[in-house]
Design a protein around this ligand. Structure first.
Ligand code: DOR
Ligand code: ZN
Length: 425
């Protein structure tokens, strides 16, 4: 099958390309990219006014299989991710049972064979994610996990975390830390500050993050292992990473889209869909996170896609679980950061080659001969997020019924169309 995309803006951070081109996809790869391609009868897409970007990589999401298939399965999650432009996603290990042995890891890989995109699981750091003894990290690594994480929980015991970093080294895989002092954050619902006081909700102080970011960086320096700090939210955390990165190459970090585009104000009406962990912070923090992207302190932008049922989210803000879905809104929301002076290519970099470098996987590029993993994006198209048009099985997003600008029209994985917007058929 051949698909000719005419007159499209190709944005490829790997080769720093940002040009209008014609692009021909033949079979699983890009067969020609040039100013003008003429072909007899291929399926043709008019790319005028549209962007062609490499398939996105999400190095941090939650699928709920095994254990909570009513909220998301590997298949439903990967269909939702494809609709958001992702062609590789890495799912966290907090399933039920957790991915803490080769059998569960094997189960994920087996299910992933039916997914339209690539799904790579993490294995846990500790057995059962209980934080008390290490998981069989060698066994998990041999089973093919992409890294280790107890995400959702912080490994509070510093000796166990130190050992995890040490044991991860021979496998060359990252340890992803959910850096939060869970004693200090206990029973917290949102960012601690004037607003939490006004709303009568228990706060999670920024210090709960800083304390653990400092500990984790210290232990990464001590062990020389590859530490990746998940979903950082504050200026102080980034200052700590900035300082560490001056000398140490083994420390990387990410930010979640929602922490870049929402503040704690999203909880003013007690919207449980805006309850995430770590919590939404302040405008000042957003500015620091954007600066972190500009200065390459932040390596990756992630979704932290976290599906939850309507019943759970409707159980009152104090009881509701943390998390929001994010695959299908990620790219347009991330693109809204151009208002802070970020260039589209800088934002796309953090959704493609940034995470690829952290994970040591092949980054996607739009070049002749490369595997055709790519996204056609309309930067101007406005649409309203609704329960009906979201493909994720769960609908827990504070963007429900809100208009957003920018829409994925097509996603290609290995040359096949794995998602096309309704308006395109
Ligand atoms: O908001 C969150 N949701 N943060 C986490 O750390 C876990 C995640 C989930 O699994 O729902
Ligand atoms: Zn997470």
């Amino acid at each position: 099958m051949e698909i000719l995309i005419k007159n499209i803006r190709v944005i490829d951070p790997y080769y720093r390309i940002d040009n209008i081109r014609d692009v021909l996809i033949s079979g699983a790869s890009f067969s020609q990219i040039s100013k003008s391609i003429h072909k007899k009868n291929p399926k043709t897409i008019d790319g005028t006014g549209l962007w062609l970007i490499p398939g996105l990589i999400d190095m941090h999401c939650h699928l709920r299989e095994p254990g909570n298939e009513g909220e998301e399965t590997i298949l439903s999650g990967s269909i939702s991710a494809a609709a958001g432009g992702f062609t590789t996603i890495c799912c966290m290990a907090n399933t039920d049972p957790p991915i803490d042995n080769k059998v569960v890891a094997g189960y994920i890989f087996e299910k992933a064979k039916n997914a339209p995109i690539k799904v790579l699981p993490y294995g846990t750091i500790t057995a059962g994610r209980k934080g008390t003894s290490l998981s069989p990290m060698g066994e998990l690594s041999e089973a093919g996990v992409i890294g280790f994480s107890d995400d959702g929980n912080c490994v509070m015991d510093s000796l166990i975390f130190r050992r995890a970093l040490e044991y991860s080294k021979p496998w060359g895989k990252i340890v992803v830390s959910h850096s939060e002092d869970q004693i200090l954050a206990k029973n917290g619902v949102m960012n601690e500050g004037i607003l939490s006081t006004k709303l009568g909700l228990r706060g999670i102080p920024a210090e709960a993050e800083h304390i653990m970011v400092y500990r984790d960086i210290s232990l990464a320096k001590l062990t020389g292992a590859k530490l990746h700090l998940a979903h950082l939210t504050t200026k102080k955390s980034l200052d700590l990473v900035r300082e560490a990165k001056k000398k140490f190459k083994n420390i990387t970090c990410e930010v979640a889209v929602h922490h870049l585009v929402l503040t704690e104000d999203a909880l003013s009406n007690y919207d449980a869909n805006a309850k995430v962990n770590p919590p939404l912070r302040t405008q000042q923090d957003i500015r620091a996170l954007v600066k972190g992207i500009k200065e390459n302190i932040i390596d990756a932008i992630v979704t932290d896609h976290a599906p939850h049922s309507e019943e759970e989210k409707g159980s009152g803000i104090e009881n509701a679980p943390f998390g929001m879905i994010g695959f299908e809104t990620a790219l347009p929301l991330a693109m809204s950061l151009v208002k802070y002076g970020l260039k589209p290519i800088q934002i796309i970099e953090k959704l493609t080659i940034g995470p690829a470098r952290v994970l040591k996987i092949q980054p996607g590029t739009i070049t002749q001969g490369a595997e055709a993993n790519c996204v056609i994006f309309d930067p101007e198209k406005e649409w309203v997020v609704t329960k009906d048009n979201i493909l994720s099985q769960s609908k827990n997003t504070p963007f429900l019924n809100k208009k957003i600008k920018g829409k994925v029209l097509y996603t290609f994985h290995r040359g096949s169309i794995v998602y096309s917007d309704k308006s395109m058929s």
